[in-house]
Design a protein around this ligand. Structure first.
Ligand code: G1P
Length: 290
């Protein structure tokens, strides 16, 4: 039996400059896909995977997220008074259990590796998930649940991966693959944002990770990498080849890169079309834009 994944780290300190002016005074993680903020989509995916503790690595200007995962007493009282039981139930169902969300600040934007490292004392000595809310996955079974199930069998480290066109390798962490059964790839190496001609494959990491706690020591030892940032990918390289396996899972489902305007717009359409209450009227509206 491998140790169960109970904790998830959500690095949410980024400035969201690609979404200005929308993100001038609200965090990009509060942008909605249909009617839920990105961060709530991520937390719900984590809960479906059995995650019990939610660790947010935040920064200045991010307090809207803390309010979002707190009880809104006035709102609930008003909804109750007006008999809006459906909305009330929705709010209550989305509220994580008391004491299970914690926040730590990344004081400086030093990179994803550094953001994860800021959570080291809250994670402690156990395997944990990292979830980037920018990456949204539409799937029958949540992406993290699929990864946790693989982890229960294999242990070690698991990252969610998708094949990308070779000209896009510069945007992602890319796998060097030792072995591949079409679903699970055994990882031999990783490169952060390689040029297409240098990429060892076209299998790219999405913002879903299950990592051994040894990652924290590795992060503290690596220097700055691609883009002058402390890269999680560079620290993960040091987890490969030890006594624990390292796998990439081609999950079932579709990823939307909501860090990008077009990806976010597409996610809104895809998630709305997956909703019984909106799909049909939306199809009619979309038909007008052909
Ligand atoms: C980060 C990681 C990269 C990964 C990507 C997934 O990059 O550094 O390895 O492929 O997330 O979204 P970022 O999107 O922060 O540039």
């Amino acid at each position: 039996m491998h140790q169960r994944v109970r904790k998830a780290v959500f690095p949410v300190a980024g400035l969201g400059t690609r979404f200005l002016p929308a993100t001038k005074s609200i965090p990009k993680e509060m942008l909605t896909v249909v009617d839920k903020p990105l961060i709530q989509h991520a937390v719900e995916e984590a809960r479906e995977a059995g995650i019990e503790q939610f660790i947010f690595v935040t920064g200045r200007m991010k307090t809207a997220m803390e309010d979002h995962f707190d009880l809104s007493y006035e709102l609930e009282a008003t909804l109750a008074e007006r008999g809006k039981t459906k909305e009330l139930e929705q709010l209550r169902a989305a509220l994580p259990p008391a004491g299970n969300v914690c926040y730590v600040r990344q004081q400086r934007p030093l990179g994803l590796g550094h953001a994860v490292w800021c959570a080291r004392h809250l994670v402690g000595d156990e395997p944990f998930a990292v979830m980037l809310p920018d990456d949204l996955v539409l799937a029958k079974t949540g992406c993290m649940k699929q990864m946790v199930d693989v982890h229960a069998e294999t242990g070690g480290n698991v990252v969610g991966v998708v094949d990308v066109p070779r000209e896009h390798t510069r945007r992602y962490g890319i796998l060097d693959v030792a072995d591949d059964d079409g679903r699970l790839a055994t990882v031999r190496g990783l490169v952060e944002k390689p040029a297409p001609e240098d990429a060892p494959s076209t299998l790219s990491i999405i913002g879903r990770y299950i990592l051994e706690p040894a990652i924290f020591k590795h992060i503290s030892e690596i220097g700055r990498g691609a883009g002058g940032e402390i890269q999680l990918t560079d620290a993960m390289v040091r987890l490969i080849g030890g006594d624990r396996p390292f796998h990439g899972l081609r999950f079932a489902g579709r990823r939307y890169d909501c860090g990008d305007k077009l990806g976010w717009l597409e996610a809104n359409i895809a998630f709305a079309l997956a909703r019984e209450d909106i799909a049909e009227p939306l199809r009619r509206i979309l038909a007008e834009y052909r």
